[in-house]
Design a protein around this ligand. Structure first.
Ligand code: LLP
Length: 383
């Protein structure tokens, strides 16, 4: 870790909190994913929602990935940062007319459509522009991702995608919409998936749905299986995810016909391990029942623990390992959920020590907020 073995007094003037990005690790991760995907001729779209910092996004673009966007803002950002429009896909249950028009004006590769009504609206807006919009149908396959319920998206009770029982109506709508071109089917069943059996189950469903459309005369050119590959938050030093095994599952279990392309939308796995949130200890409160470390970073800089009870490894990077003390590590925000970890074992910690919250590259900086009128979160790159 960057600052180890230094005396904490050296950091008195260091302005914290900030996100620290290890760009060589990021590059290594991107290269590994690109190599393993290329081995199967798979196409990867980077899920910009995980981290839309331009420095990060540009590296994804340079690697040859496309961009997976979920808002007009992300579509604009992707195009501005150099992604070819024909490598931009646009998903989301609530695309506004304005956002659809933005995507149509940019001639993006395709809309991943999440309801029959959305098909109708895209057809109307495309007609007004005298354009044909390429669409993939996002299907809710009712496959359990076995992840935290707040980041599960592919079950019947979730709002995402079109349910199987609505597919006949969906096929009818496609057939009577002259300004839509059906290109394929799309899935995304959840995030932080670590059980690879889940992806086998997904492949079975994808094969069934592809056959369903083909039986009805549609040409399914694109099989988009979404993202979701998890990272090991307990071992941030293991760093690069096992892309090889991940892609192999799809190579083994997906039925890919001649001329079909397989698309992925990875976010967390590409960027998650490459950043830490560096924070300073403001105060230490030793109580009878609990010891508290109060940091200058809070849920406003890293929302995940408050929102999903997510684990991020917490390290005191100013102190060498010694006898440990148990602390509740909390932020300064006026909310009881502003807590990064309970009973965390750390070396005896004092005011001014630097604390690293690891594996914060994905859904960290991008989910920061100004609650309590907090300042913009700062960012430092390793170069
Ligand atoms: N494709 C779609 C349609 C998605 O909705 C998502 C993530 C992805 C791809 C990328 O998933 P990934 O490979 O990053 O797992 N804020 C939460 C995660 C929300 C994920 C939203 N959708 C968290 O901090 O865990």
């Amino acid at each position: 870790m960057i600052f180890s073995d230094k005396d904490s007094t050296q950091f008195a003037d260091l302005e914290t909190p900030f996100y620290y990005y290890d760009l060589s690790l990021l590059d290594k991760t991107i290269a590994s994913c690109a190599t393993e995907a290329d081995a199967h001729k798979f196409h990867v779209h980077y899920a910009m929602k995980a981290n839309f910092n331009p420095t990060v996004v540009q590296r994804m673009q340079s690697a040859g990935f496309g961009a997976d966007c979920v808002s007009g803002g992300e579509v604009n950002q992707a195009v501005t940062l150099g992604f070819a429009a024909n490598k931009v896909v646009f998903a989301g249950v609530g695309k506004s007319d304005k956002e659809i028009n933005t995507a149509l004006d940019n001639d993006i590769f395709c809309f991943n459509v999440e309801s029959i009504q959305e098909l109708e609206v895209i057809n109307e807006l495309a007609e007004k522009k005298n354009k044909t919009a390429k669409v993939a149908i996002r299907i809710n396959p009712n496959v359990d991702a076995h992840t935290h319920h707040n980041i599960t998206t592919g079950l019947d009770e979730n709002k995402f995608g079109i349910n199987s029982w609505d597919l006949p109506a969906c096929a009818d709508m496609l057939k009577k919409s002259p300004n839509l071109e059906f290109i394929g089917i799309h899935f995304h069943i959840g995030s932080q998936i670590t059980n690879m059996e889940v992806y086998k189950n997904l492949c079975v469903r994808v094969n069934e749905f592809a056959a369903w459309f083909e039986d009805r005369g549609f040409t399914v050119k694109v099989l988009n299986v979404g993202g979701g590959l998890g990272i090991d938050y307990h071992n941030p030093d293991q760093q690069v995810p096992d892309f090889k095994s991940y892609f192999q599952i799809f190579a083994d279990f997906l039925t890919v016909r001649a001329g079909q392309e397989v698309h992925f939308e990875l976010g967390r796995a590409l960027v998650g391990q490459s950043a830490s949130l560096i924070s300073k200890v403001l105060y230490v409160k030793n109580g009878k029942k609990k010891n508290f470390i109060i940091l200058d970073a809070g849920m406003t800089e890293l929302m995940r623990p408050a929102l999903y009870q997510a684990y991020h490894k917490i390290e005191n990077i100013s102190k060498k390992a010694s006898d440990v003390v148990k602390y509740d590590v909390v932020g300064p925000i006026c909310e009881s959920t502003d807590c990064f970890g309970k009973e965390v074992e750390l070396p005896e910690t004092t005011r001014g020590d630097l604390i690293a919250l690891r594996s914060t590259g994905a859904y960290g900086e991008v989910m920061a907020s100004h609650y309590n009128l907090r300042e913009n979160v700062r960012v430092v790159f390793s170069d």
